[in-house]
Design a protein around this ligand. Structure first.
Ligand SMILES: Cc1cc2nc3c(=O)[nH]c(=O)nc-3n(C[C@H](O)[C@H](O)[C@H](O)COP(=O)(O)O)c2cc1C
Length: 197
């Protein structure tokens, strides 16, 4: 077994290693609006749910050259965001939206996806995504230069054909996951194990 002390790694090496170890990761494709009204879109794979009733999700957003990323600043200032699920047909647009654009650029346009008005919050969701969550900021916890952003889901949008008995069918959804480097994955075989009683 190799032993690697993360304290001995520089930032790029530490990032490269860590994102190859915690896999597969779901991708939150997040939309926000700046206080000036520009639409922002970016993917985040440090993403998960931490509570379901009430539904709370988390994304971890870092800084770039010492500056908070636009998503972090927008959520801090406007307290609202949407999380959209990425499927096969949306991978290229999602990757495009991870590019560095000045804050005033409409990233829906850059990525070639359609903003669809949300119901309870200002940032629009992505029309092409089969599952979207409207979120309101619950809390930001700063940890080691990153923002752990906790959002409360105030509305789910789910394409009707995906639902079966209160759940989204993973084989119909076919979400895309992030791996290490620039690798991604679809779902492999889906199997079932009953939980112990
Ligand atoms: C699939 C994918 C996952 C990403 N996950 C994260 C992440 O979890 N945290 C982060 O800070 N950046 C992540 N990034 C990089 C951001 O998307 C990128 O820095 C983006 O430009 C941020 O946009 P913003 O400045 O508009 O917020 C990821 C990029 C890709 C392609």
């Amino acid at each position: 077994m190799l032993e690697i002390d993360p304290a001995q790694l520089d930032r790029p090496a530490a990032y490269k290693l860590m994102i190859s170890l915690i896999v597969p990761r779901p991708i939150a494709w997040v939309s926000t609006i700046s206080p000036g009204g520009s639409l922002n879109l970016a993917p985040f794979s440090y993403f998960n749910g931490i509570s379901s009733h009430p539904p709370i999700v988390m994304i971890a957003v870092g800084a770039r050259r010492g500056e908070r990323k636009d998503t972090w600043r927008n959520i801090e200032q406007t307290r609202e965001f949407t999380v959209n699920v990425v499927i096969q047909e949306l991978v290229d647009a999602m990757v495009l939206s991870s590019g560095e654009f000045p804050p005033e650029v409409d990233e829906f346009k850059e990525a070639g996806v359609t903003p669809l008005a949300s119901t309870k919050i200002k940032p629009p969701r992505i029309a092409e995504s089969p599952v979207s969550m409207e979120c309101k900021l619950e809390k930001i916890v700063e940890v080691a230069g990153s923002a752990l952003i906790l959002g409360r889901v105030v509305l789910y949008h789910i394409r009707e054909d995906l639902m079966a008995e209160g759940s989204v069918d993973p084989k119909k959804l076919m979400p895309v996951a992030r791996l290490g480097d620039d690798y991604y994955s679809y779902l492999g075989e889906v199997f079932q194990r009953a939980r112990p009683k």
